[in-house]
Design a protein around this ligand. Structure first.
Ligand code: MG
Length: 136
């Protein structure tokens, strides 16, 4: 079975730290994902309006809004992508874990990245996205 959505290999990465974006872009591109990396929430919404993404990987601590608010805002606008969150160990880890566990339910990637975890989260999101979409 094939559908247009099954061919969606686009990942949007959002982080206010440019070196993180660059690492993620290079790392994911070597695994043949199509990656767009942006450093602001505003740019991220522009990208979402242009192309469908199966996965948005977002930083939690960002200046405009935090990753949870960002995920909620994307969902409110009706985009059907999957999500993964990124955070540094220094970012209030207990609070972060509680929120993720109770409200967000998405994989969280801790910086500095364990590459295996990134791969695992992306592959899982890819499968779930296509499961949700089903056959057209
Ligand atoms: Mg940040």
């Amino acid at each position: 079975m094939s559908s247009l959505k099954e061919k969606n290999r686009r990942i949007l990465v959002v982080d206010d730290e440019v070196d993180v974006l660059e690492f993620m872009r290079i790392y994911l591109e070597t695994m043949e994902w199509e990656v767009t990396a942006v450093s602001t929430v505003a740019e991220a919404f522009e990208e979402l309006a242009k192309n469908p993404y199966f996965l948005v990987i977002t930083d939690i601590a960002m200046p405009e809004m935090d990753g949870y608010e960002f995920v909620s805002a994307i969902k409110e606008q009706g985009y059907q992508c999957r999500f993964a969150l990124m955070t540094g160990f220094g970012y209030n880890p207990k609070h972060t874990l509680i929120k993720i566990d109770k409200t967000v339910k998405y994989p969280c990637l801790f910086k500095p990245f364990n590459r295996e975890k990134v791969t695992e989260a992306v592959n899982e999101a890819y499968e779930l996205y296509h499961e949700d979409v089903g056959d057209i």
